[in-house]
Design a binder for this molecule. Structure first.
Ligand code: ACO
Ligand code: ZN
Length: 174
């Protein structure tokens, strides 16, 4: 698909340094680093083949953020799911946010915002009916981030996580 250009984000509000962060598509070579970020920052981890299948199927919305040395400091991945529409046999597409994370040292700089903005454009091209995601009810930062994008809480998924915590099921019409 067309342009594969990188996005550079600059931090006017970041006093300590203003080194650029690059947002670009994930490659096969990035997967180990993506898994490393996931394992550091989230309790949910997935096997390698899971990341690989997301990359194979939805490469245009699997993005990484890299620091000035090229190190992966964040990622986002989506998949598109076909589900039956309510009251109809018609199948509709939903853009499901599978996972997003940013390393602690790079938080609150707008990296997640840039990852979401850039990837949602690509997900939209699948003619999706809505964006959906689950988030731990205790995950204040992520819930705030999603609210900033106008996601709203559709329902609570009881004991959604292995440790028994509930999830908010949040949705957004594109
Ligand atoms: N406290 C309150 N609000 C926050 C916080 C925080 N610590 N961090 C982010 N936000 C909200 C704010 O509204 C913020 O806007 P503002 O800075 O203008 O106030 C907005 O999110 C955007 O912040 P970004 O700088 O773009 O977000 P960041 O790059 O720091 O990443 C993220 C946010 C991904 C939630 C990060 O904290 C993280 O990696 N957490 C651990 C992993 C995680 O929880 N991922 C989501 C799991 S759910 C899922 O993947 C479907
Ligand atoms: Zn999910």
């Amino acid at each position: 698909m067309g342009t594969d250009k990188e996005t550079r984000i600059n931090y006017s509000d970041n006093i300590s340094d203003n080194k650029p962060i690059i947002i670009r598509r994930c490659t096969l070579e990035d997967l180990e680093a993506v898994i490393d970020v996931n394992e550091r920052e989230l309790p949910e981890d997935y096997p390698y083949f899971f990341y690989k299948s997301i990359l194979d199927n939805y490469p245009e919305s699997f993005l990484v953020a890299c620091d000035d040395t090229g190190k992966v400091i964040g990622y986002i991945m989506w998949r598109v799911e076909k589900t039956p529409a309510i009251h109809s046999l018609k199948l509709i597409n939903k853009g499901h946010l599978v996972s997003i994370a940013v390393l602690k040292d790079f938080r609150r700089l707008g990296v997640a915002t840039a990852l979401l903005n850039n990837s949602m454009k690509s997900v939209k091209k699948h003619k999706i009916h809505e964006f959906v995601l689950e988030v731990r009810v205790s995950n204040y930062s992520a819930i705030n981030l999603y609210k900033k994008f106008n996601f709203t809480t559709n329902s609570i998924k009881d004991r959604y996580y292995r440790d028994g915590e509930n999830a908010y099921f949040m949705t957004l019409k594109p």
